[in-house]
Design a binder for this molecule. Structure first.
Ligand code: DGL
Length: 226
């Protein structure tokens, strides 16, 4: 069984990709709504929540856990070795791909992720691209409140237009959706920024996890949400 967690609906984008690629795998999804949002919390609080989620999912029998939340993934190196071994963070696969694709990389993320510089650090390991990180916490609440591709409120449209201007101002050729909630608006952002390569850590992270597990060909594709 694979465990997946996020503070809310963001990780569902990673879940969808996992389910598409692993139809028989049993998957358990934890949306930690009680403690949402993560992006406005302190580093210590995020570490504590990440540890608790890993513990809870492994108690349910998860053999590998996808941290389908960039904010929680940004503290992965602070976890105990056993917790690190059990879990897959989603920042590095997206950062690697961004470094291969572009020279001016914009990242939109939560307050915590953007201020931590986690994406910049990871991108610099494989590329010397310029990185521009923007905190877009307000968009998390809008997505949590129901905004999705094709279902965008006027307030959400306004936020997306502001983001479009910021990305164009820095002349970015790649945009990382550095908060999994934003993958729900990938279509809108592609439409607004057709010339920019858009990367979703949710999908890249799901593919990374698959590389690291022995797929279950005998499972029945059970789904548990909590
Ligand atoms: N979806 C999460 C992320 O990728 C967290 C959003 C939040 O709870 O602030 O960072």
């Amino acid at each position: 069984m694979i465990g997946v967690f996020d503070s809310g609906v963001g990780g569902l984008c990673a879940y969808k990709e996992l389910r598409r690629l692993l139809p028989r795998e049993d998957i358990i999804y934890l949306a930690d709504r009680k403690n949402s949002p993560y992006g406005t919390k302190t580093k210590d609080e995020i570490i504590a929540l990440t540890k608790a989620n890993i513990k809870r999912l492994s108690a349910y029998g998860a053999k590998k856990i996808l941290i389908a939340c960039c904010t929680a993934s940004s503290v992965h190196s602070e976890l105990l070795p056993e917790e690190q071994r059990l879990s897959i963070p989603i920042i590095s696969p997206a950062a690697r791909l961004a470094g291969e694709l572009g020279e001016r990389i914009a990242v939109i993320a939560t307050n915590h992720t953007a201020n931590s510089g986690a994406f910049s650090r990871e991108i610099r390991k494989t590329s010397d691209a310029c990185v521009f990180e923007f905190a877009e916490q307000k968009l998390v609440a809008l997505v949590e409140g129901g905004c999705r591709d094709g279902r965008v409120s006027s307030e959400c449209k306004e936020e997306l237009l502001k983001i479009k201007n910021k990305i164009q101002e820095v002349n970015a050729d790649v945009l990382i959706l550095g908060c999994t909630h934003f993958s729900h608006l990938e279509g809108e952002l592609k439409w607004l920024l057709p010339e920019v390569n858009i990367i979703s850590p949710a999908s890249e992270g799901a593919r990374e996890l698959i590389k690291k597990i022995k797929c279950d060909r005998t499972g029945c594709g059970r789904e548990i949400y909590m």
